[in-house]
Design a protein around this ligand. Structure first.
Ligand code: PLP
Length: 417
């Protein structure tokens, strides 16, 4: 039986009680405003408990044991896969491969599907707003097979330029890979429309949903893509858990990515044959405890309701954009408030380096990230080397936003002195 998850408290302020790490204060008695959830979210007690009771009561290596504990561990692992399938509305749990993270999931597609299908001279389309994880794996593939890479441009307000997409689609690319939501700008891309156009042009489509799955309801069948990747650690689950979803017919035709135990049907000294999916892509001992934690996190989010999560974060983002707009010298990147701006806000403060802003904020117990956010081509397009980024999750509230704005003002006072 899967662990029973108590109903979470409501979104925003009172939900903070579900997250033990948020109960801490700094030496000045200030609460922790954790505004770096786009990098990795915090974990509710139910997830910590699910992992802990897995190790306390059920831990064993899976699939190979004929003893009870191993069977129980296997059942927990496969229940977690079922949970993933339900969360993203996959047609079958077999379509859901456990990986370590989004990065591994995209590399799996680029190396396995890519090497089997992409040829010398083919075009691979990515975007100017991609995370390095959706750039470098395609570069490695392109170098290996002699393919070309081109990027869809963006507008000055941080939206994908769909005319530029159309121009690239006219060249009939083999692959289109794009971010569901930008980790540096918060832009929610029109995924269904991009997929529709890319499929019409004959491309195979991968959605990097590392920032989509934490913020939006995701329905892979409605989206119509071929592959979708996300990281467990950004959806309240343990680090080390990630997912590649792929269309079953595509996965079944793909060669393995990594070789070893668990992914074979038969091994002889000279050759081997492969297990069916998903085992074919899960070589070696998997991170069972992390998968169990991922299952618990997705049940928790399902109870919260992803539509409510999305609405909560959109309202909070709107409020944050209003607050930051009141601050002279603060420049916010990305689209204006609205449905296509998820809970990620990148900004610069005139005359203050983004790292110095983050450092003053840290002194106020407001945790944000500063840097290029693994988006160097995007930073180059925006004409900056770095930004400061505040990002939200289910536990973020207006108090966090107020504390962010006040801490920015404090940084401005310190650096004006
Ligand atoms: N893609 C996007 C849009 C991201 O934001 C991230 C992480 O921040 C990744 C990919 C890579 O995720 P991971 O480091 O979990 O592999």
């Amino acid at each position: 039986m899967a662990t029973t998850i108590p109903a979470p408290t409501t979104l925003g302020a009172s939900i903070r009680r579900d997250f033990p790490i948020l109960q801490q204060e700094n030496e000045r008695g200030q609460r922790l405003s954790f505004l770096d959830s786009a990098a990795s979210s915090q974990k509710p007690q139910v997830v910590i408990d699910a992992v802990s009771s897995y190790y306390a009561e059920e831990n064993a290596n899976i699939h190979r044991g004929v003893y009870t504990l191993s069977e129980r561990a296997t059942a927990r692992y496969e229940e977690a896969r079922q949970e993933v399938a339900s969360f993203i509305n996959a047609a079958s749990p077999k379509e859901c491969i456990f990986t370590r993270n989004t990065t591994e999931a995209i590399n799996l597609v680029a190396q396995s599907w890519g090497r089997a299908n992409v040829r010398n001279g083919d075009l691979i389309v990515i975007t100017e707003m991609d995370h390095h994880s959706n750039i470098v794996p395609w570069q490695l593939l392109a170098e290996a097979v002699g393919a070309e890479i081109a990027a869809v441009g963006i507008s000055d307000d941080g939206r994908l330029d769909l005319e530029s997409l159309n121009r690239l689609l006219a060249r009939e690319p083999k692959v289109v890979a794009f971010p569901h939501v930008s980790n540096a700008l918060g832009t929610v891309n029109p995924a269904a429309e991009i997929i529709r156009r890319a499929k019409q042009a004959g491309a195979t489509v991968l959605v990097d949903s590392a920032q989509g799955t934490p913020h939006l309801p995701v329905d892979v069948r409605a989206l119509g893509a071929d592959f979708l990747a996300f990281s467990g650690h950004k959806v309240l689950a343990p680090m080390g858990s990630g997912v590649l979803w792929g269309r079953l017919d595509l996965l079944q035709a793909m060669p393995p990515f990594l070789g070893g135990g668990g992914m074979i049907r038969k091994v002889e000294i000279g050759r081997s044959t492969w297990a069916d999916v998903p085992a074919r892509f899960e070589a070696g001992t998997p991170a069972v405890g992390d998968a169990v934690g991922l299952g618990a996190a997705l049940r928790y989010l399902t109870r919260l309701d992803m539509a409510a999560v999305s609405a909560h974060e959109e309202a909070l983002t709107r409020y944050a954009l209003e607050r930051l707009a009141e601050l002279p010298g603060v420049t916010v990147f990305g689209p204006p408030a609205g449905e296509d701006h998820a809970g990620v806000i990148s900004f610069t403060v005139e005359e203050i380096h983004p790292h110095d802003v983050a450092s003053v904020l840290n002194g106020e117990n407001v945790a944000v990230r500063a840097g290029h956010h693994c988006c160097q081509p995007l930073m180059a397009r925006l004409g900056v080397v770095a930004t400061t980024r505040a990002s939200f999750s289910v536990y973020s509230d207006r108090d966090d936003v107020d504390r962010l704005a006040e801490a920015i003002m404090k940084a401005q006072r310190i650096f004006a002195a």
